[in-house]
Design a protein around this ligand. Structure first.
Ligand code: LHQ
Length: 265
């Protein structure tokens, strides 16, 4: 993994890759370059066996404020109307890569997560929030619809009623409320946030990584298929999990009454 990104900070330690979006002066809102760099970092992490958990966070006081609106206009430089759907395909690639990543992706949300940054946070497998977190489905504030998978992820996480409320009213959801409605795994005081995120990520990085990757596949796919198809998929994935070194280690450790030492293989 290269570390010389213009808009990302990269830190790798003990199986945890922390990617920090780093445009704090504009609350880490996305320009093209940060979006491309983030996609590259995520896709590189996917195939790097030394990385067993990815943490995504923002530098400074925010997670992210969505698309950088200062450089974005409905009319392009050449006077042609902008086809936003073409631009959105770049976000879709990022989000699909996050979901397909065969290891856990943790969103670490301190401060505001608005617009498409909120939805990138929702695309993570798990989320930890600080108590000053603010989740805002800000799109309707500027006359847009939720993009970046918000309409897909949000109702699945919190139910249609709450999702509709967040998208139509665009009111902020605080970190404690996000924990209460199941939008995040845990909300902690902001001074405990770095330690909590690090411990959470380390726990995941020390887990049975291949099993985690298969669990992601099974849960995400099962949201879209019927019971029989889910049974078929669970059989196929369990056949694969059964052959892993970590499964063998887990059973051996259980029988020997000791903690398992997973290697991610
Ligand atoms: C920003 C931004 C920003 C530039 C804060 N851009 N500078 C849309 C269009 C097309 C294609 C793709 O998809 C999308 C999806 C989207 O993401 S649409 C939604 C875009 N995001 C928003 O509408 C949120 C805009 N930002 C805000 O409403 C506020 O900044 C929030 C509520 C996020 C935070 O408020 P505050 O904590 O009060 O901070 P602030 O407003 O003072 O912002 C600090 C600075 O960051 C400020 O610059 P300045 O030079 O005055 O210090 C802002 O202009 C800048 N900033 N968001 N998206």
């Amino acid at each position: 993994m290269r570390t010389n990104f213009q808009h990302l900070l990269i830190h790798q330690e003990e199986g945890v890759l922390t990617i920090t979006m780093n445009r704090p002066e504009v609350l880490n809102s996305f320009n093209d370059s940060m979006l491309e760099e983030l996609t590259e970092a995520v896709e590189t992490a996917a195939s790097d066996e030394a990385i067993r958990c990815v943490v995504l966070m923002g530098a400074g006081r925010a997670f992210g404020a969505g698309q950088d609106l200062s450089g974005f206009s409905a009319v392009q430089d050449n006077g042609e109307p902008l086809k936003v759907s073409e631009h959105l395909k770049k976000y879709h690639r990022l989000i699909k890569s996050m979901r397909a990543m065969p290891k856990p992706v943790v969103g670490a949300i301190r401060g505001v997560a608005a617009g498409i940054s909120c939805n990138v946070a929702l695309a993570c497998d798990l989320r930890i929030a600080s108590d000053n977190a603010r989740f805002i489905e800000a799109f309707a504030r500027i006359g847009l619809v939720p993009d970046g998978g918000g309409a897909y992820f949000l109702p699945r996480l919190v139910g249609l009623g709450k999702a509709m409320e967040m998208c139509l009213l665009t009111d902020e959801v605080s970190g404690p409320d996000a924990e209460r409605i199941g939008l995040v795994t845990k909300c902690v005081p902001v001074d405990e946030f770095p330690g909590t995120v690090a411990a959470f990520a380390k726990r995941l990085a020390n887990g049975p990584t291949r099993s985690y990757g298969l669990i992601k596949q099974l849960l995400y796919k099962s949201m879209e298929i019927d019971l029989q198809a889910s049974f078929d998929l669970e059989g196929q994935l369990q056949d694969e999990a059964f052959t892993t070194a970590d499964h063998k280690e887990g059973v051996t450790a259980f029988l020997q009454k000791r903690p398992a030492q997973y290697t991610g293989r």
